[in-house]
Design a binder for this molecule. Structure first.
Ligand SMILES: Nc1ncnc2c1ncn2[C@@H]1O[C@H](COP(=O)(O)OP(=O)(O)OP(=O)(O)O)[C@@H](O)[C@H]1O
Ligand SMILES: [Mg+2]
Length: 143
């Protein structure tokens, strides 16, 4: 079991705990990585991203890309946070230029990636969020 597996296959009991997992996870990411953040509405995907960006010393507010579709953060790395929940039209994603991000310079985190699965490279890694109860989530990692 590698370090990421040890960190991420775990239960979180609060919003802050999920952010802290994201924060610690940011130590292991590198340019070219693409992560699919899987899980239902409100399962903690965006909360986890808040932690990732904290870990990269981003000081401002991190908001959901639900409406913007793509949020970019130029921190230690170029972090691209995408949300495919509202836009399922593959041609629109192509027009936006989604494939330009797959150039090895960026690190992508994609919520609702299943909506654009056919456009994604095959090396996407999965981080999944399962709601266990009000404040409890089970987080798991699959390469
Ligand atoms: N253990 C936990 N981990 C993460 N979030 C939690 C936890 N317990 C409660 N919450 C709450 O659940 C909600 C998670 O919202 P968040 O925006 O992160 O979900 P999401 O998976 O991105 O949803 P969406 O698909 O709608 O974008 C927040 O209101 C957060 O405070
Ligand atoms: Mg979200």
């Amino acid at each position: 079991m590698n370090e990421i597996n040890k960190l991420l296959n775990t239960e979180s009991n609060s919003d802050l705990e999920t952010q802290n997992l994201g924060k610690r996870f940011s130590d292991y990411i590198k340019p070219g990585n693409i992560f699919s953040l899987n899980g239902n509405l409100g399962s903690g995907k965006t909360t986890f991203m808040k932690g990732v960006l904290k870990g990269l010393n981003y000081g401002d507010e991190v908001t959901s890309p639900t409406y913007t579709l793509i949020n970019e953060y130029r921190v230690k790395y170029n972090i691209i946070h995408i949300d495919c929940y509202r836009e399922k039209d593959l041609q629109r994603w192509l027009n936006i230029g989604i494939t330009d991000y797959f150039n090895g310079d960026n690190i992508l985190f994609i919520e609702w990636a299943e909506n654009i699965k056919i456009l994604l490279p095959n090396y996407v890694k999965n981080i999944s969020f399962e709601v266990r109860s009000n404040n409890k989530r089970y987080i798991s990692y699959n390469e």
